[in-house]
Ligand binder design. Structure first.
Ligand SMILES: *Cc1c(COP(=O)(O)O)cnc(C)c1O
Length: 211
């Protein structure tokens, strides 16, 4: 697992101190995920609940688990007791389900609202035109949830100007919605440096760690 160690060191070298690295371990084995832990990382992200639960059982308790996939409401109950940050809240309905479970568990769950800016129609999330809804939810979140910021993915394209434009759109909205600051989670293996230049303070990196 030497490559995981050197890949992480390489990524860390390119990250400013105030940017949080979230290691995306989805589809990678327990052994590979453990190598990321042994390299000193503590923020891990998965996009499927079953995979997250299996890894959580087997790995140390000080890992901060981030959920980044589409979350079905019937999975919320299992996630809420331990999750550190749900980054992929893509509807008010889901937020209300999280609230209900959070109240039941007596905890406050940190969430990010997922913004859809990419050109692909398959990606989920709120759109820029939902700004009034977003504003309302941030001003008066349901009980038991704390809305910490935004998460987004850029278009899947080689066109750098398009990617930059997507990040700018998100960053602009973020500044309006969170004037006092918050978490802006954007940037993945291929575009995280650009995301940081456009204002991201959290990046989600997977494939680059394991290549
Ligand atoms: C898979 C995934 C990532 C990581 O992507 P890589 O290209 O492997 O770095 C980041 N964010 C989300 C939401 C993902 O699903």
């Amino acid at each position: 697992m030497k490559s995981v160690l050197s890949n992480i060191a390489e990524v860390r070298r390119t990250l400013p101190d105030d940017v949080t690295l979230v290691c995306v371990t989805k589809y990678h084995s327990l052994e590979e995920t453990e190598a990321v832990y042994d390299a000193g990382e503590r923020d891990f992200a998965e996009s499927r609940l079953q995979e997250m639960l299996q890894k959580k059982e087997a790995l140390p308790a000080d890992i901060r688990w981030h959920f980044i996939g589409h979350l079905q409401t019937n999975k919320v109950r299992q996630l809420v007791p331990f999750v550190y940050l749900i980054q992929s809240v893509d509807s008010v309905h889901l937020l209300e389900c999280i609230s209900k479970e959070a109240v039941r568990c007596g905890r406050t769950v940190n969430v990010l609202l997922e913004l859809h800016v990419a050109q692909e129609e398959t990606k989920t999330g709120f759109s820029v035109s939902d700004v009034d809804t977003l504003r309302q939810v941030i001003a008066a979140p349901p009980q038991g949830v704390a809305v910490r910021g935004l998460m987004a993915m850029a278009s899947h394209t080689d066109d750098e100007s398009r990617i930059r434009q997507d990040f700018r759109t998100v960053a602009t909205l973020f500044k309006t919605l969170f004037p006092g600051g918050g978490i802006l989670s954007m940037g993945m293996s291929d575009d995280y440096q650009m995301a940081i230049r456009e204002g991201a303070n959290m990046v989600r990196i997977g494939s680059r760690l394991f290549e």
